[in-house]
Write a protein that binds this ligand. Structure first.
Ligand code: PEP
Ligand code: MG
Length: 328
């Protein structure tokens, strides 16, 4: 495996037609950072900050959070890191939240989690904001909010950061060079009001793990449903196409950070739909970079557009055949 990594590490993900695709990786632990240069990713497109919260018996103190974020930024060097604020609660229960509150959720994935929880436990978000801002002193900070369902939630979370920024500024500490705010699109309702949110965003990242479970009303953790609905179904692909069209021409950087983007045929379909930034599991970075180099964007988008309006009986089968026939 090391040999394969080494071979693909320096592959530059330009498509056959010359477009540079961003291939970033997902991470959540300090140790994950060693993969960044090993697999040759363009940065961390999703740093799941809740891992630190989940492995801790008590709420991680600001200093502890600060050290983790600073170490991650140091290890990433010039490469960008997108920190996602905590996605705890619901099924990612932590013992130190006031007992009973999260446990009462009957549908934890759709429950009191992520930003919903963080906006009510403002102290928690404030501490995280301060740790992130201080850790990114002199650097660009990318902050992403999970489970944004309505635009006001994004704005409320951003204000918590802006207030902390003001506070740190008043203390005459070194500030980040810039703060770039983004949202995850993983709740379908947000797609219906994207036009209202886009002007406020610097980037948008589609979380296909949660998004597909909500689109199909199918629990992502239920093994009985794992094979039932396909990421390459017309419903998902049409939905994603609409999202891509909504961001087209807007100064917002669109990406994908769910597991879907790390799979070969799915990545091919996403390129055809208009996605140009992928954040995926580290082992998929090399193979997806290699795939990108074989793709002509006009060709694959022509194909996908046709299939989205007139889907073949099974897009996966059709795409597999097409890929084989085209040396991909
Ligand atoms: C997602 O939902 O697609 C995602 C990337 O976030 P997580 O898997 O952490 O819920
Ligand atoms: Mg998610």
């Amino acid at each position: 495996r090391q040999a394969i990594y080494a071979e693909l590490r320096d592959v530059e993900p330009f498509t056959r037609c010359g477009t540079r695709i961003q291939v970033m990786m997902n991470a959540g632990l300090r140790d994950d950072l060693s993969s960044l240069n090993l697999v040759g990713a363009d940065g961390i497109g999703l740093f799941r900050t809740e891992f630190q919260f989940l492995v801790s018996a008590t709420l991680p103190q600001r200093e502890k959070q600060f050290r983790l974020y600073r170490d991650v930024l140091d290890a990433a060097g010039e490469k960008p890191v997108i920190f996602r604020t905590v996605d705890i609660g619901g099924d990612k229960a932590v013992p130190y939240l006031r007992s009973g509150e999260a446990e009462n959720d009957e549908n934890p994935a759709m429950g009191w989690r992520a930003l919903r929880l963080a906006l009510e436990r403002e102290g928690l978000l404030k501490v995280q904001a301060r740790a992130l801002i201080e850790a990114a002193a002199g650097k660009a900070l990318y902050v992403m909010f999970p489970m944004v369902s309505e635009p006001w939630e994004f704005e409320a979370a951003k204000s918590v950061f802006e207030a902390q920024l003001k506070y740190i500024k008043a203390q005459k500490k070194v500030l980040p060079e810039s703060i770039n705010y983004g949202a995850m699109l993983e709740v379908p309702a947000l797609a219906e009001v994207l036009d209202l949110l886009i002007p406020k965003l610097s980037f948008l990242s589609v979380g296909t793990n949660d998004l597909t479970q909500f689109l199909f009303a199918a629990d992502r953790a239920n093994p009985k449903l794992a094979e039932r609905y396909d990421w390459l179904s017309p419903a998902i692909l049409r939905f994603l196409k609409r999202v891509a069209l909504a961001t087209d021409g807007a100064p917002v950087d669109l990406g994908i950070c769910g597991e879907m983007g790390g799979r070969r045929l799915e990545a091919l379909a996403l390129l055809g739909i208009g996605f140009r930034r992928f954040s995926i599991t580290p082992v998929s970075v090399g193979p997806i970079k290699e795939l990108v180099r074989k793709v002509d964007l006009a060709e694959i988008s022509g194909l996908m557009n046709g299939w989205l309006s007139q889907p073949p009986p099974d897009i996966r089968v059709a795409l597999q055949e097409w890929a084989e026939g085209n040396g991909i």
